[in-house]
Design a binder for this molecule. Sequence first.
Ligand code: M6R
Length: 358
Amino acid sequence: SKGTYANYMLKEIDEQPVVMRKISSHYFDGKDIKIDEKMLEDVANADRLYIVAAGTSYHAGLVGKDIFENLTDVPVDVELASEFGYHMPKLSKKPFFIFLSQSGETADSRQVLVKVNELGHHSLTMTNVPNSTLSREATYTMELLAGPEIAVASTKAYTAQIAVESVLAKAVGEYKGVKLAQEFDLQGQLALAANAIQTIVEEKDRFKKIAHDYLANSRDAFYIGRGIDYALSLEASLKLKEISYIHAEGFAAGELKHGTISLIEKDVPVFAYVNDGVGAAHTRGNIQEVEARGGHVLVISSKKYAEDGDQVVLPAVDEMISPIVSVVPAQLIAYYAALERGNDVDKPRNLAKSVTVE
Ligand code: M6R
């Protein structure tokens, strides 16, 4: 039930710290990760991982790519289910498939799984619904443990997917003797992330004001970032357009100047994420380009850039899993922008919670 909440979305945003702690205590036994040994071997033997998903789950897959490549040393492809099913590329010799699906019922993902099974490849579904179709038909299942997600806009399933991807990546990396995986303190990071999210959700009024100040009169909005922040930008913009109906784009910060910057004019809201260490200096340059054209920029970063303008300073966590934390301001901004417009936050127009047609 919604309890004292006016709608499910806000409740589900608030549940994320608890979900992070639950994933940590479920998948760890002391310092050791407990997952299916056979699955571990299967994934470790693959020469390439294919992550297949739709919507928000696809965005969680984009974040997962970095985590898997860093911790397991295996190359990863992330594929939109709706494309991959009909245009399957030449696969590697020993592929392993990971399906990400909150509902476990997404038809686009399922039709890929049917083909994967016909080809005789092994697969894993990470899902919130253990008895779902995608869970039953895949070789293995890992549970997201996010609890029922009712609001159409996915929030806690996204952060749970990134956390569970990290669990698998660390386990596989340790199994293969990858140093980075052995050294990565995932338990510590998940605890930090839980606390960080808690800090953010306790500042709701701040995000309500940001939503008002930046979006009350806007038709368009941009989220920009590089690397891990680019993946995050795609999710942040989907959240905003899905429930507020404001046209939003997630953009690789460096690509703006190759065309899209022509859309930046006075007061156009631009939310700039700067957590990616490698790209930070260049993203700062892109922010200045946007500001020079009158764009209304909000910087969101765990580093303080006090010199210019507005900033949300995020509590710091390891960059690899930083989207678990940095997505939360975007979820809250989308929520309050939708609320201010009088939209049905939990049931946005034209959408269903699970999309069972291809
Ligand atoms: O249940 P799934 O994770 O397979 O659903 C995939 C998408 O339909 C879903 O994430 C959709 O994009 C959400 N409404 C986004 O908030």
